[in-house]
Design a protein. Structure first.
Length: 313
């Protein structure tokens, strides 16, 4: 199956840092509770002047700066997000303008919640197969802080803002395997879009936790089996950064060393569609993921949705 080459990545988060202690002044919680239950230490929140498009644009610029390409050869721009600044136009159209990309480009937003970046890779690969141009720009960007119920300690402590970007081209010499799924469920995680009042994220924590730890190991086994390889052939796992306990449980279930699983949720918390994008970019910058490696990306979240892909870096 024709693979993809991730030429360059970038990630960006707003300057404002919100620590667990900061949150303990807003809701009845403690640093000890948040750290022990989630592994999260801080998160970044947008301030005046920051928004979904500014985050997405900065992450994209960082990726483009690392790649020596003609930006007129970018034929597709997809922003995975559920927290766009406008219902229309899409964040992707605004980022196209900000980056000065050419007009003959397909631009749209994709909403698959926390599976957004993984669904985005599959979508981008399909778009590039149809495209007359060589490159695709995929961004996961979220400004979730504006969608949080800051009176609900069970959810507001979990999320942060940020964006990650990847510049992608097709590559016949790289392998590619993907598995996706969806089980429609409004109750477990939702964020209403009510014209009369701004929607806030609602999450059933325990049900979400159970969904994650039961779904993700099966998902990873399935994509590895489909690729015709063993778990041991995966050099690094970059999973959605929802909770360190979830990642640990997945590693334990798969009997894989925890050290193979990248985590940066202590710095960014859960950035939904940006989570895997930021983690991948951060993992590459830190040398955790290296060229030539086989990397498994896995996302899961509201929908409910889930997806995993194995790429050759
Ligand atoms: N600080 C202090 N106490 C808190 C708290 C907080 N921030 N949030 C909840 N609690 C309390 C609850 O009120 C409850 O108190 P009670 O026993 O007096 O009723 C107690 O802690 C246990 O709550 P529970 O929901 O069982 O905690 P938990 O161990 O399941 O941890 C989550 C809660 C949210 C951290 C955990 O369920 C989780 O990570 N779920 C998955 C989240 C996720 O992946 N979301 C993104 C999906 S894309």
């Amino acid at each position: 199956m024709k693979g993809i080459h991730i030429l360059a990545t970038g990630h960006f988060a707003p300057d404002k840092i919100v620590t667990n202690d900061d949150l303990s002044k807003i809701v009845d919680t403690t640093d000890e509770w948040i750290t022990s239950r989630t592994g999260m230490k801080k998160r970044h929140f947008c301030e005046a002047g920051d928004n979904n498009v500014t985050l997405a644009t900065e992450a994209a610029k960082m990726a483009l700066d690392k790649a020596d390409i003609d930006i007129n050869e970018i034929g597709a721009l997809v922003v995975s997000t559920f927290s766009g600044d406008y219902l229309v136009p899409s964040a992707a159209c605004q980022v196209q303008q900000e980056l000065g990309l050419s007009d003959d480009i397909i631009c749209f937003d994709l909403n698959a919640a926390c599976s957004g970046f993984v669904f985005g890779i599959e979508t981008m690969r399909g778009l590039l197969m149809q495209s007359e141009k060589r490159y695709g720009l995929l961004i996961g960007s979220e400004c979730i802080s504006r969608r949080l119920d800051m009176t609900d300690r069970g959810s507001c402590i979990l999320f942060g803002d940020g964006a990650g970007a990847a510049l992608i081209e097709l590559d016949e010499n790289r392998s590619y395997t993907s598995v996706y799924g969806c089980h429609g469920d409004l109750a477990v995680i939702n964020c209403p879009n009510d014209a009369n009042k701004p929607g806030r994220v609602h999450m059933e924590g325990q049900a979400t936790y159970k969904f994650a730890v039961s779904t993700v190991p099966k998902l990873i086994k399935k994509v590895v089996e489909k690729a015709g390889i063993e778990l041991e052939a995966i050099d690094a796992y970059v999973c959605h950064q929802a909770n360190a306990r979830i990642v640990d449980a997945v590693a334990k279930h798969l009997k894989q060393p925890k050290e193979k699983f990248f985590m940066n949720l202590d710095e960014y918390a859960n950035t939904s569609a940006a989570s895997v994008a930021i983690a991948l970019s951060d993992a590459i910058d830190k040398g955790f993921c290296k060229p030539g490696q086989k990397v498994l990306l896995a996302g899961f979240g509201a929908g409910k949705t889930w997806g995993a892909i194995i790429v050759d870096l």
